[in-house]
Design a protein around this ligand. Structure first.
Ligand SMILES: [Zn+2]
Length: 146
């Protein structure tokens, strides 16, 4: 491939679309700057349904992440309960409040990071989800080892 040319995925939004379009670096940057969609020949823009699908998928993933969070909270509560039973000298209320503040901060960081990846860096939802699922897989492995 010519060094001046880059391959850009078709942005028609079709669920099955795998097409790419060969553009010069200049015209790729121009269409990015003008927010113009890059479309493979014969592909029509399906932006609205595509956006709806992405939004729905993000909501589903958010729900799944929330469920994961719930599991983690339950696990944490169990740990605190067993610490209490063992009568460890722990200020449970202070420790719990600190943990909850930390969890709230983490959710905010996650929201910020997701927004930046999607909107600023234009990372695909698929790529983000693959990364998230990978991380959850290894985190689960860590929990199982506890
Ligand atoms: Zn397409």
């Amino acid at each position: 491939m010519d060094a001046g040319l880059i391959r850009v995925p078709c942005q028609c939004g079709g669920e099955e679309c795998q097409e790419t379009v060969l553009l010069t670096r200049g015209s790729a940057e121009a269409s990015r700057a003008s927010k113009e969609l890059v479309l493979a020949p014969g592909h029509a823009r399906m932006w609205a349904p595509h956006a709806r699908r992405e939004a729905r998928r993000l909501r589903e993933e958010a729900r799944a992440l929330k469920a994961e969070g719930r599991e983690a909270r339950l696990r944490r509560d169990e740990l605190w309960a067993s610490a209490k039973e063992a009568q460890l000298p722990v200020d449970l209320d202070a420790a719990r409040a600190a943990l909850e503040a930390r969890v709230a901060r983490m959710w905010l960081h996650l929201d910020d990071a997701l927004w930046e990846l999607l909107v600023i860096h234009e990372v695909s939802v698929e790529e983000i989800l693959a990364r998230v699922m990978g991380s959850l897989g290894s985190a689960r492995g860590d929990v199982a080892e506890l």
